[in-house]
Design a protein around this ligand. Sequence first.
Ligand SMILES: C[S@@+](CC[C@H](N)C(=O)[O-])C[C@H]1O[C@@H](n2cnc3c(N)ncnc32)[C@H](O)[C@@H]1O
Length: 255
Amino acid sequence: MTRLGRVEQTRGRFAEPPLTPRTAVIWSVLRAELDRRGDAELTVLDVGGGTGGFAVPLARAGHRVTVVDASPDALAALTRRAAEAGVADRVAAVQGDGDALAELVEPAGVDLVLCHAVLEVVDDPTPVVAALATALRPGGAASVLVAGRAAAVLGRAMNGHLDVATTLAADPAGTAGPRDMLRRRYDASGAAALLGAAGLVVEEIHGVRVLADLLPAAVADGQSAALVELERALAAQPPYRDLAAQLHLFARRPA
Ligand SMILES: C[S@@+](CC[C@H](N)C(=O)[O-])C[C@H]1O[C@@H](n2cnc3c(N)ncnc32)[C@H](O)[C@@H]1O
């Protein structure tokens, strides 16, 4: 049985958030880590955690979460959301730039660090990942989500933008030029190398949204539960994994 199949059968104190093609695979991986830690109250750091889509459910599960984000608006929404969920005392909002993360966090004080959809927008991902690794206690885990390069090439081409797809495929950073919203995109080996260079040991890589962005809305919306299940089934399997819109890496600081 795959790990994703196995964790579906576990039941802890974790309150299941709504699962979507964007979140289901990540929550499966995170829930396995929470189950592994038993009843321990974890210290969690969510870098670029935005409005708290992950932070608030983790706080509801009994953990203490600090969200560092550059956007005051996102942090205000996070604070409201945490209050509405009754976990305001478990969620700290810190305005800060991910590029200066090393100045914002104490070393070796965090059990679980999240960095989702951030490494593709910061100035330089290398010091950010180094700061994530430094923030972790030995044995602590990192959940890192990055934009996938192959999906961006396919997506541009399928929308008829063959020139953009060509640029994106040839660009070393996986961008489509100055008008691209993202500064870089990754394939699985490149993302794993980035984390490995910071001393993190990558344990799992999954694709997130292998199919979701390719399907007509009528199919994605009309068969949402089946789509979530299919996304789970394909997430760990190359070549499907490598075509996903995002790549999720779960890594650990060696004990
Ligand atoms: C695409 S959202 C992802 C939010 C959340 N991590 C998620 O996956 O749902 C990116 C977030 O990163 C924040 N962000 C962008 N650049 C940042 C930076 N340099 N430092 C810290 N946060 C940043 C944005 O404000 C936004 O909340």
